[in-house]
Design a binder for this molecule. Structure first.
Ligand SMILES: Cc1cc2nc3c(=O)[nH]c(=O)nc-3n(C[C@H](O)[C@H](O)[C@H](O)COP(=O)(O)OP(=O)(O)OC[C@H]3O[C@@H](n4cnc5c(N)ncnc54)[C@H](O)[C@@H]3O)c2cc1C
Length: 576
């Protein structure tokens, strides 16, 4: 509990109206979209923060940090607070909600660099960038996420990774309020030069603050970041018709196409992924599991249920890659589309027409699909099947509707709002090591097997098991697939089953050498995975000890429970 004097000190730093320690505010910041997964007891509420502070400048954050060096409190910064790792790990934690730091500081059009503050969301920056013929990599939690957070603080996988890479590698300098309170600018801007590199001069220390997963708010606050931009050679804006939740583009955009590629086998989809990357055809791509495709083809859950129960999608759409092709000129676009078509042909796949197929048609073909284990294998053997498929035409509006769905997912990153949460109230994820594109599918197969018993018992949603979602990175040099599942947040049995699945998957990834999963962060997870990965957990603890000896930052999602935490807060955190 903050004393009157302590509260006054904080208010003097940021202004009275930006320090909140009333109960309703603190309670509002103690619940996150899946916070019951944070503890073994299935509690919905996280620790209630001691206060919520909304600073405006790095200088203020520096003063707040110095306050925590002197007192028995800690800070935990977040940019949007979308992900649960923004939650406080202790009742002694004061949350830094960085909403007021929302400026796009600079867009260097010539050198393709933007400098942003924490609360610049991907969708905000992208909308601005399109006016300049530029674009930014957005991670797959959606356009609502903070570009600074994905670049400097946490993960970085997203659909545009095919051409724009993993977000940590797009970082071009960062301003950092260190756990001591000192403000340090790393890389070229720290040396008075422009924002073009996070390293140098001298030895690079980027790995200290970013590495693979990030520091999740456990090692200071990042207040500015330089981010590498990519070309956008299409319209600067677009118009839509329709209404929430289904908007439809008035027309397609120039130099931009979306394609649904279907393959009969895993080998074919992986080979095609590598070839598309070699030809640099994929501006963005997404391995769309069958259930998500069915979701995209339907307008509501009733239609989805009817479509899914035909069983057609489970067989037809097992290995689907949705691809956005973008050309920097009309000529380049046409070449890329031609190359894509050739690659799909050589790989034995089929390009699905961009049209919504009526439910009745699925009912009609149901008996045929029931007869064969892999009907797509037979279909792709039919001579001129692609040409026949290409001739199928429906109304312009129907085509535009499907194009729009794909456009919002692959280009505008409206993925989680349209996909992840429509079919059930909750979504969990697992596996998700950043490795080869092939290895992504191994992880998807593995987790589908782990989920199956719970699906059969009706404890989690029947999504067919394989909800492996992800794509290629760096034009096929890397790949990423995470194992999603959907569950009911209202049902304790469903929550319990979900935890059991994720827990089993953690041990399974070690036994099967499936790499470091997305959940490999924070104390218990580091202890579990560190010994299998060069004891990285020991290095993280050493960094924390050296840079934050007074525990001024809450470290539960970074190095483990904080020194200052109460005894009951020191164990039990199991992040899924
Ligand atoms: C449904 C869902 C799906 C997701 N899918 C993906 C995905 O596909 N790929 C992916 O990479 N990530 C994913 N995430 C995770 C996460 O949201 C992203 O990594 C994102 O990059 C972080 O942006 P944010 O706005 O969510 O950050 P926030 O929620 O604000 O913060 C994320 C973490 O970074 C820390 N942090 C934020 N800002 C700062 C700062 N200024 N200084 C220091 N630390 C800070 C916070 O403490 C927190 O631990 C998903 C999250 C959700 C909820």
């Amino acid at each position: 509990m903050l004393t009157v004097d302590e509260l006054k000190e904080l208010k003097d730093i940021v202004g009275a109206e930006w320090v909140k320690n009333d109960l309703p505010t603190r309670d509002a910041y103690s619940i996150y979209y899946n916070s019951s997964s944070l503890n073994k007891e299935d509690k919905l509420w996280t620790a209630r923060p001691a206060a919520v502070i909304m600073p405006k400048t790095a200088k203020e954050i520096s003063e707040l940090t110095k306050f925590c060096n002197r007192r028995d409190f800690m800070l935990k910064p977040f940019s949007t607070g979308w992900i649960t790792s923004s939650a406080p790990g202790s009742r002694k934690t004061m949350l830094l909600d960085l909403k007021r730091m929302d400026k796009i500081i600079d867009i260097d059009v010539k050198n393709q660099i933007a400098v942003v503050e924490p609360y610049v969301r991907a969708i905000d920056l992208q909308s601005e960038l399109w006016k300049h013929g530029l674009n930014v990599h957005a991670v797959s939690c959606g356009g609502n996420h903070s570009i600074l957070a994905s670049t400097a603080a946490a993960w970085g996988y997203g659909i545009t990774g095919a051409s724009m890479g993993y977000q940590a590698r797009n970082m071009l300098g960062v301003e950092w309020v260190m756990p001591s309170g000192e403000i340090l600018t790393l890389g070229s801007p720290g040396d008075g030069a422009e924002w073009f590199s996070t390293d140098g001069p001298g030895p690079g220390v980027r790995g200290l603050i970013r590495g693979f997963q990030g520091t999740f708010g456990g090692l200071g606050t990042f207040t500015k970041v330089g981010v590498k931009l990519y070309r956008w050679d299409s319209d600067p804006e677009y118009e839509v018709h329709g209404g929430s939740p289904k908007y439809v583009l008035n027309r397609e955009l120039p130099n931009l196409g979306v394609f649904i590629l279907m393959f009969p086998t895993k080998e074919q989809i992986t080979d095609a992924g590598y070839k598309l990357g070699e030809a640099e055809c994929n501006y963005s791509d997404f391995r769309m599991p069958a259930f998500f495709i069915a979701l995209g083809f339907t307008d509501n859950n009733l239609e989805l249920k009817q479509l899914w129960s035909t069983g057609v999608f489970q067989k037809l759409a097992r290995y689907v890659l949705t691809v956005c092709v973008h050309g920097h000129s009309k000529k380049e676009y046409e070449w890329k589309v031609k190359a894509l078509k050739q690659i799909v042909k050589e790989s034995g796949g089929l390009i699905l027409p961009m049209q919504q197929i009526p439910l009745a048609a699925f009912e009609l073909v149901k008996p045929f699909f029931k007869m064969f284990k892999n009907p797509l294998k037979l279909i792709t053997k039919i001579p001129y099947i692609q040409e026949i498929t290409d001739m199928m035409k429906t109304s312009e509006e129907m085509r535009l509707k499907l194009f729009t769905t794909a456009f919002f997912i692959l280009v505008r990153h409206a993925n989680n709002s349209q996909g992840g949460f429509r079919a059930s109230s909750g979504m969990f994820t697992s596996v998700g090591a950043f490795d080869t594109w092939d290895m992504g599918f191994e992880q998807a197969d593995y987790i589908a097997g782990v989920k199956r018993p719970a699906i059969e018992k009706g404890l989690i949603l029947d999504d067919g098991g394989d909800l492996g979602s992800g794509g290629t990175f760096d034009f096929g040099h890397l790949g990423y697939i995470e194992g999603i599942g959907e569950y009911s947040t209202n049902d304790p049995e469903s929550r319990k089953a979900t935890k059991a699945i994720v827990e089993e998957s953690l041990h399974g990834t070690i036994e099967r050498s499936l790499g470091l999963p997305i959940a490999a962060f924070g104390g218990p997870m580091n202890q579990l995975f560190g010994p299998h990965c060069y004891n990285y957990h020991e290095m993280i603890m050493k960094i924390k000890e050296k840079l934050d000896p007074n525990s001024s930052y809450d470290s539960w999602t970074y190095s483990g429970a904080s020194e200052k935490a109460f005894p009951d807060e020191k164990e039990g955190y199991t992040f899924f």
